[in-house]
Design a protein around this ligand. Structure first.
Ligand SMILES: [Fe+2]
Length: 450
């Protein structure tokens, strides 16, 4: 055979385009889904999860696909519908570019692929580079939200809603000054505070935290890299020189109040929760990676649950590992955000690599120092767990934990509801979905209006 007849060897697909990371191609609507078990009748609302799903089938990085929402609505013990919808951003509809001529940023352009959060009567699909995108209860796109013109930065995909005040706290980071800006909207959704926070340089800041008295920022050594940006990839890489620090600002305080404390270099995508303890120490539970993206937006080591105790009186931070296992997607009862939490939930990611495929969810009892794992069985891979209380007055773990679970043998997905107290027991309900739900990022339970 002539060597010119040999077909070129195809490059192996990157992990985020293979298996259950691969995008789906259709928007599906299905009603009255089959249920095994019994959906609790107290559950009336929708679980909606966001994730990247490139419309072209291609994207240079997992984080860069067009946002797609997958929702399941339940009421009266029935699974009323499943639907998946792309978020109709300007990037999706017009192929608009977020970086304009001369490096200017267009904040109305973004992939809206990371999270979905309800606040002040609006459902916001979020990506950290850009303005939020409002969607309807049926997951149709309304458009960009800029807080009546008040917002002049993007918005993190991990805003925090204070359960006491109803305020929405958030921030934005940028590779151009200002590198970090904090914002607060009141319970009615009006932007009431914006503060430029001084940091040494442009870093990627994915999450933050609030406590009853503080706002907590993490400035960690994933630094902006122009060469990566020019190559069209995610423009952040590890720096051995930048250092690492956490900052605390008094709630309703000003940028000048922020106090920074050095920590050992590491990276954190996600915070489980934070609170002020009785001694005035800020307790911050995070999934900590010893190093992230040494070669530029790829390569990592396992992330593990750690507790930082930031003591403003002594000017010190202590760091304590809480578990040996690799985990991600930590969540707590949203009613405990900013307050002391006892329980947390996470995905066990086994080896902690980019295409990690653990088959269990973990429930932590952080007061007792114990944990329990719900094992879904071979080839059944759960996504982010979201806790929903049984009632407004229910105890911290009295309720359910819900997640999409991919079934590799069937090539399809289920929506699974666990009893959070009987966490290792049989699922309360398993709802079969009409198509595969690709691995994605974050979601919320959105109760029906009373
Ligand atoms: Fe995230």
């Amino acid at each position: 055979m002539n060597t010119s007849d040999v077909p070129p060897q195809a490059e192996p697909l990157p992990f985020h385009l293979r298996g259950n990371y691969a995008p789906v191609t259709n928007e599906v609507t299905a009603f009255d889904l089959p249920v095994q078990g019994a959906i609790p009748r107290e559950l009336r609302g929708r679980y909606v999860r966001n994730g990247p799903n490139p419309k072209t089938g291609q994207s240079p990085h997992w984080f860069l696909g067009d946002g797609m929402l997958h929702g399941v609505a339940v009421a009266d013990g029935r699974a009323r519908w499943y639907r998946n919808r792309w978020v109709r951003t300007r990037a999706f509809v017009e192929d608009a570019q977020w970086l304009g001529e001369g490096g200017t940023r267009d904040l109305t352009v973004g992939k809206a692929n990371t999270h979905i959060v309800a606040h002040a009567g609006r459902l916001l699909a979020l990506v950290e580079t850009s303005f939020p995108t409002e969607v309807t209860n049926d997951l149709d796109t309304v458009g960009c939200v800029d807080f009546d013109g008040g917002l002049t930065t993007g918005m993190t995909a991990h805003p925090k809603i204070c359960p006491r005040t109803g305020e929405l706290h958030f921030f934005a980071y940028s590779f151009m000054p200002p590198f970090l800006t904090y914002h607060r909207a009141d319970a009615g959704g009006r932007l009431v505070q914006s503060e430029v926070i001084d940091v040494p340089g442009p870093t990627m800041i994915h999450d933050f935290a609030i406590t009853e008295r503080h706002v907590v920022f993490m400035d960690l050594p994933l630094v902006f890299d122009l060469e990566l940006a020019m190559a069209g990839n995610l423009p952040y890489r590890w720096s051995d020189d930048y250092g690492a620090r956490v900052g605390i600002m008094t709630r309703h305080g000003a940028a000048a109040d922020v106090r920074w404390f050095d920590v050992a270099p590491c990276y954190v995508f996600h915070v489980l929760n934070a609170y002020d303890d009785e001694q005035g120490v800020v307790v911050l539970d995070v999934v900590r990676y010893p190093k992230m993206w040494p070669l530029g937006s790829s390569g990592t080591s396992p992330g593990r649950l750690h507790r930082w105790r930031i003591d403003p009186g002594r000017g010190q931070v202590s760091e304590q590992p809480l578990d040996d296992r690799a985990i991600e997607f930590p969540r707590c009862d949203e009613r405990r955000v900013s307050l002391a939490h006892r329980y947390g939930y996470a995905v066990y990611t086994e080896q902690g690599a980019d295409d990690a495929t653990g088959t269990s969810l973990i429930k932590y009892d952080l007061r007792a120092g114990t944990s329990a794992a719900h094992e879904f069985g071979p080839g059944r891979i759960p996504a982010e767990p979201v806790f929903v209380p049984a009632s407004a007055a229910a105890g911290e773990d009295e309720g359910w934990v819900m997640a999409y679970v991919y079934d590799a043998a069937r090539g399809s997905s289920d929506f699974v509801i666990l009893d959070a107290v009987e966490f290792t027991g049989k699922p309360v309900a398993t709802i079969s979905l009409p198509q595969r739900v690709p691995f994605g990022f974050h979601g919320s339970w959105i109760p029906d209006a009373a």
